[in-house]
Design a protein around this ligand. Structure first.
Ligand code: ADP
Ligand code: ZN
Ligand code: ZN
Length: 748
């Protein structure tokens, strides 16, 4: 009798890890990491093959069923990724099934049959210009749709709706009147298909860049010759030409038949960044895949598929791109490695920068972490020699770092009693000068909306979200109070709901209010606001940035969407409207984030031939984060801040684990956490401390009450193992959710 192949399959979507054995029918090839369809009780399920064995005899007690088929003929996960999944599940206390699922883009997982079609719209046969006259005034939308189709047909139905704003109902009406045809057609969409790239030639590197490149290549070659190499931390100031170093290192890797992954923060994955890579490798067709959350599901699947099919050898992407199934990896780059968005805030709560280092070890490839303001974790690792430090301390062509001026807003507010000062006299004067000489300005404010909140000066009432415990933000255009946690919206009260006073006020301000003020002060300037409230359409950010680059906008006002990775030679003035946003919040990284943000924002000024200037408005001009940023002194800041962290035993000198219990029933959430806390205290290992059980800073969110404990230890592993063992012995009521966050970035 021929040997039987038996596979162990990890089932998708179960609350805990479920692994079952199945046989493989004759003629089907399966490998570990492949996705398969299997029978599970009375239904069908999808899962991942974790191992394949050959058995001469199958014990008859096991009535194994055969798998039903494969989702795709190739394995979605390489052996390296399977190892990485196990590592993540262990370290972040996550079910391995969730880890594996998060490694594969949702549309590619095979939960439903692959669909390669999309709906298109075209004009019906014989329909031409003359039809336009038929529409009545009430059919303006239908008319607009026909006009669009007259100039370009067929069009994706989705584009007609999303980009041209034609309602579905108008399309249906046109279809009923036999004026248009809607049909399905197979598509693979390249998100940048409409752009023609001219290959860009490598630049001549300066000395520092050449040295950095050499270090990266040496590291890659060390691994190839069987030696271990350390991850490299590249500390390069803004404008020092780090991207050019990545580009040339990747080029070398590709020439040697290897692949590369470049992680960029979601927010910095601007069209501009993606284009630079596409251009450099434009001579190799489909060589670059772009992965980020702004792509449609279809596009994400297509991009990822290019990697799986070995067409794309280079992946540029946000956090989850670290899981790209690139084989024969030569290099992983983490750009802006200090960025918080590398930390995932849902299960598995991994930190992609740390995962890059782990994957580098598994795949034996070079790892390059780079930033103008490295995270204190990485900086400390470079100090202890765990990472190799490479420095680029001058700007390309020795352009000067911009001069940073601090404006003390306490003085401004004292002088100006008519409300909150948004624009200081000095910033206003500087703006007038730049506008007069035709130069461009970026204004930065990390806060959306019109006013922060609505409050009653008589009784102290503040408008808070009824589902969360947060203050609601006034958005004046929509005339709504919006919760930035859950999105709940309501009409702003005209009289105080608590004491019926009519003196209800707005306080604090965001980008929307700032835009209003700017339009009053500079009525002739062309002003554009960039934040998540206005940038909703897919290509809108790209279009706006292009308009700014080509000089069609004078002042770009925005949140952190414009803080990073942008390079506009004609920008000579950058203003930070309120540097203190984010400084006075209960977060161990508040100073670090403020320092990083100011440095990044300042880096947007003076990128061209013209010298740049930065004006920072602040109520706390003497704060060390602001002072060190002003003097472009990362080393000074790192030393100061690490001193504090060491004293308080905060990360990077310790690891934290945040455990939260959530429930719609306040008492059950509180009680569950109390029980957990008492169990944790019982057998606490040496060197691990645990906080008292406390309400979370955000005590209610999405209608759920939240309570938390924080554990702390110099070494992570024993603490994590201990938490796992305690949790394994506890069960909680069905409506209580307990979540564990290892090395959390937000304590709320
Ligand atoms: P960083 O990523 O360090 O902020 P970039 O890589 O964006 O810096 O480089 C800043 C600018 O300098 C870019 O416009 C880039 O094209 C240019 N540049 C980089 N390296 C060189 C070089 N060796 N020679 C000339 N220009 C360069
Ligand atoms: Zn809310
Ligand atoms: Zn009141």
């Amino acid at each position: 009798m021929a040997a039987t192949r038996i596979v162990q399959v990890l089932i998708d979507g179960a609350t805990s890890d479920l692994v079952f054995s199945y046989t493989v029918p004759e003629g089907t090839t399966v490998t570990a990491g492949q996705r398969v369809r299997v029978p599970l009780r009375n239904r069908k399920a999808v899962g991942t093959v974790i191992s394949v064995e050959m058995k001469d005899t199958v014990p008859s007690a096991y009535q194994l069923k055969p798998i039903l088929g494969v989702v795709a003929k190739d394995a979605f996960l390489t052996p390296g990724l399977m190892k990485l999944a196990a590592w993540i599940a262990e370290f972040y206390l996550a079910p391995i099934e969730t880890v594996i699922r998060s490694m594969i883009p949702k549309p590619s997982r095979g939960e439903k049959e692959e669909r390669k079609t999309a709906k298109f719209v075209e004009l019906a046969k014989g329909i031409g210009e003359e039809v336009i006259a038929q529409f009545s005034a009430r059919q303006a939308r239908q008319k607009a749709a026909v006009e669009i189709l007259l100039s370009s047909s067929p069009l994706l139905l989705r584009d007609l709706v999303e980009e041209h704003g034609i309602p579905r109902s108008s399309i249906t009406a046109l279809e009923r009147a036999n004026l248009i045809k809607v049909f399905d057609q197979v598509v693979t969409r390249d998100p940048m298909e409409h752009i023609e790239f001219v290959p860009s030639a490598p630049l001549r590197l300066n000395e520092e860049q050449a040295l950095a490149l050499d270090r990266v290549l040496t590291s890659a070659h060390q691994w190839q010759s069987g030696e271990k190499a350390r991850p490299i931390l590249l500390h390069g100031i803004t404008g020092s030409g780090k991207t050019e170093v990545y580009l040339q290192a990747i080029q070398k890797m590709v020439e040697e038949g290897k692949g590369a992954i470049v992680l960029v923060p979601e927010i910095a994955l601007t069209p501009q960044t993606a284009d630079r890579f596409k251009q450099r490798f434009a001579h190799i067709k489909e060589s670059v895949a772009i992965l980020h959350s702004n792509l449609s599901e279809r596009e994400r699947h297509d991009e990822w598929r290019k990697v799986l099919d070995h067409k794309a050898r280079i992946v540029i992407g946000a956090r989850s791109a670290i899981f790209s199934p690139i084989q024969n990896l030569g290099l992983i780059v983490v750009d802006e490695e200090h960025e918080n968005s590398y930390k995932q805030d849902t299960v598995p709560r991994y930190q992609a920068r740390d995962i890059a280092v782990v994957r580098g070890q598994i795949e034996q490839c070079a790892v390059l972490l780079a930033s103008a303001t490295p995270s204190l974790e990485s900086w400390q690792n470079a100090q202890t020699g765990k990472y190799e430090l490479v420095t680029m301390s001058s700007r390309v062509d020795d352009r000067k770092l911009p001069l940073i001026r601090l404006i003390d807003m306490r003085d401004e507010t004292r002088r100006n009693r008519s409300g909150p000062a948004i624009l200081s006299l000095k910033l206003r004067t500087a703006m007038e000068q730049r506008l007069a000489s035709g130069q461009q300005i970026i204004l930065f404010l990390n806060r959306r909306g019109f006013a922060r909140s609505i409050l009653c000066p008589e009784c102290g009432y503040v408008a808070t979200c009824r589902h969360c415990s947060t203050t609601m933000v006034l958005h004046r255009k929509e005339d709504k109070l919006i919760c930035h946690i859950c999105g709940f919206a309501q009409l702003p009260p005209k009289i105080c709901p608590e004491c019926s006073s009519r003196g209800i006020l707005t306080s604090g301000w965001g980008t929307e209010r700032a835009e209003d003020v700017l339009r009053q002060v500079f009525p002739h300037a062309r002003i554009c606001r960039v934040d998540t409230d206005v940038m909703r359409r897919k290509d809108q950010l790209r279009d706006t940035l292009n308009a700014f680059r080509t000089g069609k906008i004078d002042i770009l006002l925005g949140t952190q969407m414009i803080a990073k990775g942008l390079d506009f030679p004609n920008v000579t003035l950058v203003g930070v409207l309120n540097a203190d946003v984010g400084l006075h919040i209960p977060d161990i990284r508040a100073s670090e984030r403020t320092f990083q943000l100011l440095t990044q924002v300042a880096g947007r000024a003076g990128r061209g031939e013209l010298e740049g200037e930065v004006v920072v408005q602040t109520f706390t001009p003497h704060h060390p984060a602001i002072q060190y940023a002003r003097h472009h002194n990362f080393l000074g800041f790192a030393e100061y801040e690490l001193g504090l962290r060491r004293h308080f035993e905060h990360p990077p000198f310790s690891h934290l684990v945040l455990i939260t219990s959530r429930s719609v029933h306040e008492e059950r959430a509180r009680f569950s956490l109390k029980t957990l806390h008492s169990r944790l205290v019982e057998g606490l290992p040496e060197g691990v401390t645990v906080s008292d059980p406390l309400p979370s800073p955000l005590v209610k969110s999405h209608d759920q009450w939240r309570f938390q404990v924080v554990l702390k230890s110099k070494t992570a592993r024993p603490m994590i193992r201990y938490i796992r063992s305690v949790l394994a012995k506890l069960t909680f009521p069905g409506d209580v959710f307990v979540t564990v966050d290892v090395n959390p970035y937000s304590m709320s």
